[in-house]
Design a protein around this ligand. Structure first.
Ligand code: ATP
Ligand code: MN
Length: 473
């Protein structure tokens, strides 16, 4: 049984024999001593191996040592002792080492101590071997686990909503199409048949699903169907958006967490969202401490303090109308002038959380024009029961709402928006049979990771980022 380095490092050094497997980060040599830092990704810390020629090194091991450079994979055996050197509490007084694979010093790209994130993005297949990306990967794992824990502790059932769908949830038209039609051949045939370009349309009856199909932009509509059977459910999976927004906050493929709860009204939804955010940040603060301290020191000074502040501060609740009033007081300070009916911009969200309320804010009751068709309409005829959770240092982290559960009201709104009712027959059935008040929200997993790691670019918190014009690996 191989012991992980994190487990070796948590042992008491009593001269016990240990076997270390991992990748060499650095190797340093004096006349009689050879020091090596070995990392296996199980934790941020590397373990130090020390070879002492005065104590004798066998010929096999000397031969192996001569082949070892940064990046080589090794297996070493020695005894765990308290380190006489500064910088680490423990080290391994190593006796033997074998090399699994060398890493040529001439070509192995991870030689320097620090590489730019841009450069590392080009070698995304190797970047998890650096401190930063190892820490991001462990944090991502922990936060995913925390998400499941939170919901499982509260009686939610995990539901796998489909990735291929025929309905456009947000009606935004930013979807990737899924087809097996041979596009090249379709064009050739149309030209051969001298089709009139003005009237020619693709025949989806010949396509795989008998109709146009897409990659999902959200599991929301499908998760609602299970909420109205199992009461409390959530989905957590990849979503896809073909939006051409080349920002540090948008990916074409990202992961989303979407809980949906029957019998929850907007107030219940807000309460759940607040406890969810607090739970996740607390988890990061306790279960990811070493990595978090690394981010705090190397990536974003003040990160831990910011997270602790959010955990300790009750979330302010205001309506959109109140929020706009606040923003209008300082209209001159914004690039985008706020007015009732506008979508809140990042600068507005920052101002509300960082200047006005100095903490997280939940904004509710947005104008219906800027929100999705399925949100429950208020009696004023102008606003809907939407809620966005805004946090200092990021802005929107969660978007959600109570859903329209009244069939007539929903149909009326869909007609106003020109949605084709027959595509949503199953969604409308939920209002036709045993309808209940229900609510839910969506949290972009990578936005959460940006927040808890302090990383600046969303491309650096997912193993293989997909963005416009970029899908290597
Ligand atoms: P934004 O205004 O930032 O584009 P949105 O209003 O389009 O977000 P929603 O449709 O409400 O976002 O999606 C729910 C959540 O998914 C958002 O709160 C955000 O955390 C995340 N999200 C949305 N689009 C992306 C994307 N392209 N890449 C990564 N995360 C995203
Ligand atoms: Mn968007």
């Amino acid at each position: 049984m191989i012991t992980l380095i994190k487990d070796i490092l948590s042992q008491k050094p009593e001269g016990q024999e240990v076997t270390v497997c991992g990748w060499v980060r650095t190797k340093r040599e004096t006349k009689n001593l050879i020091f090596m830092q070995v990392n296996d990704g199980s934790c941020l810390a590397s373990i130090q191996l020390t070879f002492d020629r005065d104590k004798g090194i066998d010929a096999e091991t000397e031969k192996a040592l001569s082949k070892i450079t940064t990046g080589a994979s090794v297996r070493a055996v020695g005894t765990l002792i308290a380190s006489p050197g500064s910088g680490q509490a423990l080290e391994v007084a190593a006796k033997t080492i074998t090399v699994y694979g060398e890493a040529s010093a001439e070509t192995y790209p991870l030689q320097k101590k620090r590489h730019s994130f841009e450069f590392l993005r080009e070698i995304a297949h190797l970047r998890a071997r650096t401190n930063t990306f190892g820490a991001v990967a462990r944090m991502r794992n922990q936060m995913a686990f925390a998400v499941h824990n939170f919901f499982q502790e509260r009686g939610f059932q995990y539901v796998h909503t489909p990735l291929i769908t025929a309905s456009d949830c947000e009606g935004a038209g930013e979807m990737f199409q899924v087809t097996t039609l041979d596009m090249q051949e379709m064009v050739r045939k149309a030209l051969r048949d001298k089709m009139d370009p003005a009237t020619y349309t693709l025949d989806y009856k010949q396509d795989f699903f008998d109709k146009a199909a897409y990659l999902t932009v959200s599991g929301q509509l499908e998760i609602e169907t299970y909420a109205t059977a199992l009461s409390r459910v959530y989905t957590f999976g990849p979503t896809f958006r073909a939006e051409n927004s080349n920002t540090t906050r948008h990916l074409s493929e990202f992961w989303m967490i979407e809980p949906e709860m029957s019998f929850f009204e907007l107030e219940d939804n807000m309460e759940l969202a607040e406890s969810f955010v607090v739970y996740l940040l607390k988890w990061a603060l306790t279960h990811c401490r070493a990595d978090l301290e690394f981010f705090n020191a190397q990536i974003k000074p003040g990160l831990i303090e910011m997270l602790e502040h959010v955990v300790q501060t009750p979330f302010t609740r205001i309506t959109y109308t109140e929020a706009v009033k606040e923003l209008e007081k300082r209209s001159d300070a914004f690039e985008f002038k706020p007015y009732w009916g506008c979508d809140l911009q990042s600068e507005h969200e920052k101002y509300l959380t960082e200047e006005v309320f100095k903490g997280p804010v939940i904004v509710t009751d947005y104008p219906k024009e800027i929100k999705a068709f399925y949100m429950k309409q208020n009696a004023d005829g102008k606003t809907v029961r939407a809620m966005d959770v805004l946090v200092p240092g990021l802005g929107e982290i969660i978007g959600g709402s109570e859903r329209e559960d009244n069939l007539a009201a929903l149909e009326k709104r869909m007609t106003e928006l020109g949605l084709d009712m027959k595509n949503y027959w199953w969604y409308l059935d939920l209002r036709r049979y045993g309808t209940v008040p229900h609510s839910g929200f969506g949290l972009g997993f990578e936005r959460l990771l940006l927040y808890v790691t302090g990383m600046a670019n969303i491309r650096d918190v997912i193993p293989y980022p997909r963005t416009p014009k970029s899908a290597e690996f």
